[in-house]
Design a protein around this ligand. Structure first.
Ligand code: SAM
Length: 414
């Protein structure tokens, strides 16, 4: 494809396939905002609200230090004071990093060579503070004694079934218990949810269950054919990161063994995607216990490489505890992965690198379009995200705050 065609296609889809990352490697740059906006008709995600991190340069002499700058300074100081001798686990983690390093560097080089894309990026990802107004804290509200009484009112446009006197649709307002019940958005376009004087923008055809882990069994489909072909899991892994602790509660890692992943998988097969951290202890638990207990076959590792709007890496690639990349493990459940019999999807072949400018802390890029060719079953695939903080059309989202990024403060009207 010509450079201009590739850029035009990127503008339309939010996906830019990068060349030159090596024959067996694929690197893709994505703009999550463009990917998400393809799902909305009347609203759009505001780039400055999505890219809410500050990518500002370091402070000038005499200027007061921001919280982010203070964290960065302390992190560097800690890294310097860290003994250079690694323990046995750290050595294995370092070896994994060394294995991934050439691939990540090649992927990044291919981004740096894509000059047209790089010129375009700063316009796409203008980082700015979010507007004022404090968001609902669903994690707290869901554990309060009032939780069973909270309702959300959905205002949606639905097509007329009989006659057409008032136009092609009529407005409908319906209230639902907000916590512990599955809510489906059945409308001709986005619905608007009203809750405690705040507004939520809900994509057409999305479903969500805002509930704690103890209610996760409610997601199990009544009939196997309503199972899922893509299952994305982004657990609140325990770790020492203070910023994460402030952002959301964590779960003991072993609880994940009780996620009913196999019962969620479609009998025609499912692609499972699990976001993991770079901690070796966790990696061993996942590979030896978690994936086998979920019956996930042939796991492959992908990398999410985080860059700034100027295309440079978010941090030093070799900084031990703060790599500028995260890993995701992908594998199949129920799917017949005998290469000769696979007909309606492509088998995963080796690692790939997804590159993007990150949004809010721990917010992951949307994966459905990127992975569509690897998803088994009929199209469009049935998709679910476990521990979600946002909704997508045609997806079921579960977690204790799946409406977090649906707050209207992230959107503007088209
Ligand atoms: N995938 C999300 C995104 O891209 O924004 C991030 C998910 S974050 C890593 C983990 C989520 O799990 C947080 O929203 C957290 O509040 C939620 N969580 C923590 N403990 C939970 C529990 N006991 N039950 C349900 N969700 C929980």
């Amino acid at each position: 494809m010509e450079v201009c065609d590739e850029l035009r296609s990127f503008e339309a889809t939010g996906i830019y396939r990068l060349d030159g990352a090596g024959t067996s490697t694929v690197a893709t740059f994505v703009d999550p905002v463009r990917l998400i906006n393809a799902s909305y008709q009347r609203f759009r995600v505001v780039p400055s609200a999505y890219y809410s991190r500050s990518f500002a340069p370091h402070r000038q002499k005499g200027e007061p230090e921001t919280e982010q700058q203070e964290r960065r300074r302390k992190r560097k100081r800690n890294q310097k004071s860290k003994p250079t001798k690694l323990n046995a686990r750290e050595q294995i983690a370092e070896a994994r990093h060394k294995e991934a390093r050439p691939l990540l560097l090649r992927a990044h080089e291919s981004l740096v060579k894509a000059k047209h894309l790089l010129e375009y990026l700063p316009k796409t990802a203008k980082g700015k503070e979010l507007g004022s107004g404090s968001q609902d804290n669903f994690v707290e509200l869901g554990t309060s004694w009032r939780a069973p009484f909270y309702e959300i009112t959905l205002c949606s446009r639905e097509p007329h079934v009989l006659g057409n006197e008032e136009g092609p649709f009529h407005a409908q307002r319906t209230s639902f218990p907000l916590f512990n019940s599955i809510i489906s958005v059945e409308a001709i376009d986005e619905a608007e949810g009203e809750f405690r004087n705040r507004r939520y923008i809900l994509p057409r055809g999305s479903r969500f269950l805002m509930a704690d882990f103890r209610r996760v069994q409610d997601l199990i489909p009544v009939s196997p054919n309503q199972g899922y072909n893509l299952i994305v899991v982004d657990p609140p892994w325990e770790n020492g990161c203070v910023r994460q602790k402030e952002a959301y509660p964590t779960l003991p890692n072993r609880y994940l063994l009780y996620l009913p992943v196999q019962k969620l998988a479609h009998p025609d097969g499912a692609l499972l995607v699990l976001w993991i951290t770079n901690r070796e202890k966790l990696r061993v638990f996942i590979e030896k216990e978690l994936l086998p207990s979920w019956a996930v076959k042939d796991p492959t590792v992908f990398y999410w490489l985080k860059v700034k709007p100027d295309g440079s890496l978010m941090g030093d690639l070799d900084l031990f505890h703060h790599r500028p990349y995260e890993c995701l493990l992908l594998g199949y459940i129920n799917a017949n992965t005998d290469a000769k019999q696979v007909s309606n999807f492509k088998l995963l072949e080796g690692s790939q690198v997804i590159i993007s400018v990150p949004g809010a802390h721990s917010r992951k890029p949307p994966l459905e379009k990127l992975l569509s060719e690897y998803i088994p079953g009929t199209k469009p695939p049935r998709c679910i995200e476990l521990f979600a903080r946002e909704l997508f059309p045609g997806w079921t989202s579960w977690g204790n705050e799946p409406l977090h990024f649906q707050d209207s403060m992230y959107f503007s009207e088209k």
